[in-house]
Design a protein around this ligand. Structure first.
Ligand code: DQA
Length: 145
């Protein structure tokens, strides 16, 4: 299998950015744990972070054509603003899992709506870094023979 993990804007600051909300693990910590898990299951994994909407969209376009079966995405603030990201995900035919570290539903109302959720097959919010691990497990087991 082949999975793409996409992290949106400001997630490069994880570990030092509002740790009371987002935790103390860095993005490298998260990605390394995901890579370990993927390798054990014999999955090819690419982890990518971008602070730019277009960078995330380009990565989704690449995933359409390179055999990627699933995208795990934390679109960060673009969750709540980006029709372009939704359109790109709609052009991708594989599985999409949306992950948020925090429980967006108990935060400001502008975080309650997600464009990406209109496309996502599953949504995980509020489980911290554990959410990414659960998403990867779900992806792997969904494609198990
Ligand atoms: C987030 C929640 C978003 O509302 C916020 O803009 C983020 C991170 C999360 O992981 O909890 O940057 O996606």
């Amino acid at each position: 299998g082949k999975v793409l993990v996409l992290h949106g804007p400001n997630l490069n600051l994880l570990g030092s950015r509002q740790p009371e909300i987002y935790g103390y693990e860095t993005l490298d910590d998260i990605n390394n744990r995901l890579r370990e898990k993927a390798v054990l299951a014999d999955w090819d994994i690419t982890c990518l972070q971008s602070n730019h909407e277009g960078g995330l969209i380009d990565a989704i376009h690449t995933a359409r054509l390179d055999g990627t079966q699933a995208i795990i995405i934390n679109p960060a603030a673009y969750t709540h603003t980006s029709v372009a990201l939704l359109d790109a995900l709609n052009a991708f035919e594989g599985k999409v899992i949306e992950v948020h570290l925090s429980n967006v539903h108990k935060r400001e109302t502008f975080r309650h709506h997600s464009y990406v959720s209109l496309r996502a097959d599953g949504v995980i919010a509020g489980l911290g870094v554990q959410g990414y691990r659960a998403a990867l497990e779900a992806v792997i087991s969904a494609f198990q023979a």
